[in-house]
Structures are given as structure tokens and as C-alpha cells.
Ligand binder design. Structure first.
Ligand code: F6P
Length: 357
């Protein structure tokens, strides 16, 4: 592109400074630091096997998942890019058991940064898109964060976003006024606003779920997926397409840009876990981005953004994407709970019967 045509473009820095001027100008500075970390991670991920970063370590994170070298390196990249600026009261990450206190040599601010440094990291060894997810809350005043400061419903987030490391690197961001996408121009090193005001189509004919778990799902999700698979011959009267990348960032990105529904629902595979995905650094930020783009995000039984966490690494069921499909899945949960999806069955066996309450 000729140099003069680049001058009119909106960079991420300009965008966040303009959107946060006044009450939250420090938030703008924090997002710019996150973007710097994202550029470092993009370059690490892009080097692939040449950098020797592929493969696993012999450590596990608090979820018992084996950590990849890149999980640890990307976690460090975000810490080092963001801890010094004086905006943060603390940080929490998927890769750290406990919140990270800001080192004593740096000033404290009022914001909390919560992140998954490399979501879908098992995909990095096989050169499939991965991402970074982040979320920002604020304390009433500057000071060292306590655990309780992090345990807040997603509706209190001030900002949320992700970076996707795919054929191009993009950052998708909300500061509570719409969802906007920026593409990294590798020649200038700037993120450029390329996808302003992303709007998710309300209807879709595309669903994403790991169907190998089908036998563990609850009946409302089994019903929804069975109807999608029945296609034109079933009650939906239309054929559906299925996608599963096993990288939440890549699935959400596809859905933001062309519609769809993504589900990691409650299942009984491991009854101690209410879902697979983590509330604070996966579900809540994606829910905010989706709602700000006109989509919906639910547990099946309520809005994800209304879930108050009891612990940092809490899991939650996730049903997210095009509004009308998410609402349909929620309705199936209600109809299952009140038994109206099986009118010929004895009320004794419905979820609200004598036996189940
Ligand atoms: O930990 C999160 C994650 O990697 C998501 O990015 C992805 O959607 C999901 O797990 C993949 O799960 P599964 O291994 O069941 O396909």
C-alpha cells in the first residue's frame, strides 16, 4: 500500500486512547501493553518448530493439564509486558495457580488483568490457529489486589478481547461499546482497525461441538444436535454444517464474522466439573465480546455474564453465538426442566418431579 494511504488508518492505540479518554485513560495504556505482548507472542508462535518452542514440559497447571513450553513462555510474555506500567493491581492466568502480585518495584494501579496466554495450545504443535484471551476488571481504587477482587461476574468487565494467531494475527476487542477487530500489519508493526462494529448474524446453520462427548451431554443438548444433524428431513427443515477446530478462539472468531453456535455444555463425563471451559479467562471475555456484537452467551440455564465465580479457575458450561440459536438451546433446557419436551412421560420422571427435586 502506498505510504500516503496508510496515514488515514485507525491504529489500535488511537482507537483505545479515543475510547478511554477521561474516566479510564489508564485502561487505554494497559490495552496497548497487552497489544505489545500479543505482538511478541505472534512472533514466537509464527517461528513454529524453528524456535524450538514446540512440545510439552514435565509440569502441569492447576487443572492437571500438561503445560506446553509455549504456555509458560506466553504467560511470561504477558506478565513482563504488563506488570511495570502502574495500571495494574494484579494479574491472574490459566497457567498460574494463584493471582500474580505486582512486584514491589512497580507502582500499583486499579485494574485487574485476567488471561489465558495461549488458548488451544495443543494446536500450536500442528500449526493450527491458537489465541490469547484477556479480560479487565477494576477495583474501586489503586492497591494490591486480593483474591476476592477477581471473583466478579463478567457483567463487571471493563474490557475483554482476544488475539488470534492464524494466517494473519488479529486482535478483537470490546471496551463496552461494540466489538472491533484489528489486523496486525507486519510491515509497520501496527494493529489496524479492519473490522469495526462486528455484528453476528442472528440466525445460523452452522454448529460447533465436540460430538465425541455426545453420550455425556444432557438431553436438551442431545436434542438440539440431533435436530441439526437431521437437517432438511427433521424439525428444523434445513441442513446444518458442523465445525470443530478445538481452539475456542478460532471458533469464536469464525462465529463473530459469519455466525454460528459453539457449545461446550455441561456433561457427566467428570461429574466434579460443571463444564470444561474456565469462566474468568475463557467464557466471560468471550461472552462480553459476543454480546457486544449482538450475539448471546449462556450456560443453558442463564446468562454467562451473570455467573459469579467462587474460585479463580472455576469452570462453566458455554453455549455461545448467534442469538436465535442460543435462545433455542436455552428453551430446550427449560422445556426439559419442566417436562414439556416429553408430554407423554410420567411427571414422576421429569426434572422437577418428586424424584428429582
Ligand atoms: O482449554 C480450552 C480448549 O482448548 C478450547 O480452546 C477448545 O475449544 C477446547 O478446549 C477443546 O476441547 P476438546 O479437547 O474437547 O476438543
Amino acid at each position: 500500500m502506498p505510504m500516503h494511504m496508510q496515514f488515514g488508518r485507525t491504529t489500535l492505540s488511537k482507537f483505545v486512547i479515543e475510547q478511554t479518554r477521561g474516566q479510564h485513560s489508564e485502561l487505554g495504556a494497559l490495552i496497548i501493553d497487552v497489544a505489545a505482548a500479543v505482538k511478541t507472542i505472534a512472533s514466537m508462535v509464527a517461528k513454529g518448530a524453528l524456535a524450538g518452542h514446540h512440545g510439552a514440559l514435565d509440569t502441569t497447571n492447576i487443572q492437571g493439564e500438561v503445560q506446553k513450553k509455549l504456555d509458560v513462555l506466553t504467560n511470561e510474555a504477558i506478565i513482563h509486558h504488563c506488570e511495570w506500567g502502574g495500571q495494574l493491581a494484579g494479574m491472574a492466568s490459566e497457567e498460574m495457580d494463584d493471582p500474580y502480585p505486582i512486584p514491589a518495584q512497580y507502582p500499583l494501579g486499579r485494574y485487574l488483568l485476567i488471561f489465558d496466554p495461549l488458548d488451544g495450545s495443543s494446536n500450536s504443535d500442528v500449526n493450527v490457529s491458537v489465541g490469547t484471551i484477556f479480560s479487565v476488571f477494576a477495583r474501586a481504587e489503586a492497591g494490591a489486589a486480593e483474591l476476592s477482587d477477581y471473583l466478579r461476574p463478567g457483567s463487571e468487565q471493563l474490557a475483554a478481547g482476544y488475539a488470534i494467531y492464524g494466517p494473519s494475527t488479529m486482535m478483537v476487542l470490546t471496551l463496552g461499546k461494540g466489538t472491533h477487530g484489528f489486523t496486525l500489519d507486519r510491515e509497520t508493526g501496527n494493529f489496524i482497525l479492519t473490522h469495526p462494529d462486528i455484528t453476528v448474524p442472528e440466525d445460523t446453520r452452522e454448529f460447533a461441538i465436540n460430538t465425541s462427548n455426545e453420550r455425556f451431554w444432557e438431553p436438551p443438548v442431545q436434542r438440539y444436535v440431533a435436530e441439526c444433524k437431521a437437517g432438511k428431513t427433521g424439525v428444523r427443515g434445513a441442513d446444518f454444517n458442523m465445525r470443530w477446530i478445538a481452539s475456542m478462539v478460532a471458533e469464536i472468531h469464525r462465529i463473530l464474522l459469519r455466525g454460528g453456535i459453539f457449545m461446550y455444555p455441561k456433561d457427566n463425563k467428570d461429574p466434579s466439573k460443571p463444564g470444561r471451559l474456565r469462566l474468568l479467562y475463557e467464557a466471560s471475555p468471550m461472552a462480553m465480546l459476543m454480546e457486544q456484537a449482538g450475539g448471546s452467551a449462556s450456560t443453558g440455564r442463564g446468562r454467562i455474564l451473570d455467573v459469579s465465580p467462587d474460585e479463580l479457575h472455576q469452570r462453566v458450561p458455554v453455549i455461545i453465538g448467534s442469538k436465535n440459536e442460543v435462545e433455542r438451546v436455552e428453551r430446550y433446557h427449560r422445556e426439559y426442566a419442566d417436562g414439556s419436551d416429553r408430554p407423554f412421560e410420567s411427571p414422576l420422571f421429569s426434572e422437577r418431579s418428586l424424584y428429582r427435586e
